[in-house]
Design a protein around this ligand. Structure first.
Ligand code: ADP
Ligand code: MG
Length: 331
């Protein structure tokens, strides 16, 4: 994906006002009619139409006349609104290269006012279902159109809240700087995903560090749920940082045990496959790990952890990311 923020500089105040009007219109319209955009924008200098044409040219809005004539925000349009907000808050001055692309996110390097490089994660929830709207318009007719705006925003809010809380509790995560709409601004981790690492100086130490992160999370009442070699970053000193929190659940979640076991399994399997490492030292096969779970007394035990877990999960429920938000995300 290309994110040419130079356009940001050239957009006029009115054009931004109109872009914001499209976003506001989307709160209750899948496609926002031009008259409504015009009314919401309420420009002193005449109609919004000329500005809409500029936004169209920069692909910040999309014209749609299948059901009735109107406009909707594009991903790029939503990105611009969030980035503009971060710029206005004095947090960033420029956007650099893309450093990550996930199924449901894009990650960019950004430059802060003091010259420091930070990471900006743009959530893209519902990206696939949104595309499907085109082909399955009738089927999806009654579904809320701003789903992708709303869901991406929820994912960002959740990620920010969890990252902040985890960091404050001493977990090795990026430091959460701020969030807006579907974007989370955080410190850039000087490392690379574990999946790219072919060899470790000290696999036993890294393994223990990583497994004890899962355990410590559980002790705080949380399960990561996507704890694997893609979401663990490691630097040249083999220091580990964990990332990617929108799917975390409470240890009291009904599927907590299977999520916990899956997180642990991922690490066991990856270390065996990639580094031929098995805790305890006697090399077993993948099959062996599955069959010998009970005999492995180094493996963390969910039931014990669940019994004594702390309440960071409950603290987080009071952090602005509500129970209703979680239910919406689950759906
Ligand atoms: P997704 O939810 O799409 O998997 P992630 O948060 O896991 O998104 O980020 C995707 C990739 O972007 C990571 O694997 C990593 O390479 C890179 N990345 C994400 N956050 C950071 C960060 N704070 N510092 C450095 N790289 C990052
Ligand atoms: Mg990830």
């Amino acid at each position: 994906m290309k994110l040419d923020v130079n356009v940001l500089r050239y957009l006029s105040k009115d054009e931004f006002r109109v872009l914001t009007a499209v976003e506001m219109g989307m709160k209750n319209h899948e496609i926002v009619p031009a008259e409504l955009i015009d009314r919401i924008a309420g420009l002193k200098t005449g109609g919004a139409y000329k500005n809409i044409r500029t936004l169209l040219r920069h692909k910040l809005v999309h014209h749609d006349s299948t059901k009735y004539d109107g406009y909707r925000l594009t991903n790029l349009g939503y990105d611009f609104l969030a980035i503009k907000t971060m710029v206005n808050r004095g947090l960033i001055v420029g956007v650099g290269r893309q450093i990550g692309v996930g199924k449901e996110s894009d990650i960019f390097e950004v430059v802060a006012e003091d010259g420091q490089t930070l990471a900006l994660k743009l959530h893209r929830l519902g990206r696939t279902s949104f595309r499907a709207v085109k082909s399955k318009r009738d089927y999806l007719k009654h579904r809320s159109s701003f789903n992708w705006l709303y869901l991406s925003r929820l994912a960002a809010l959740k990620e920010f809240a969890f990252m902040k809380a985890l960091h404050e509790h001493g977990f090795p995560t990026p430091k959460a700087v701020d969030w807006n709409r579907h974007c989370v601004l955080m410190t850039l981790v000087p490392g690379y995903p574990l999946v790219q690492v072919k060899e470790l100086k000290n696999p036993a130490l890294v393994f223990d560090t990583v497994i004890s992160l899962i355990v410590r999370l559980a002790e705080h009442g949380l399960i990561h749920c996507d704890f694997n070699e893609f979401n663990l970053l490691i630097d040249d000193d083999e220091k580990v940082t964990m990332i990617d929190f929108p799917q975390m659940v409470s240890i009291s979640h009904r599927n907590a045990e299977s999520y916990f076991d899956r997180d642990v399994d991922c690490i066991y399997k990856f270390f065996l496959k990639r580094f031929n490492y098995v805790p305890g030292g006697n090399a077993r096969t993948l099959q062996g790990i599955d069959n010998n779970v009970d005999e492995d007394d180094t493996r963390p035990d969910f039931e014990n952890l669940a019994r004594t877990a702390g309440a960071l999960d409950k603290e987080l429920a009071a952090s602005g990311f509500t129970h209703q938000n979680q239910e919406d995300l689950d759906q």
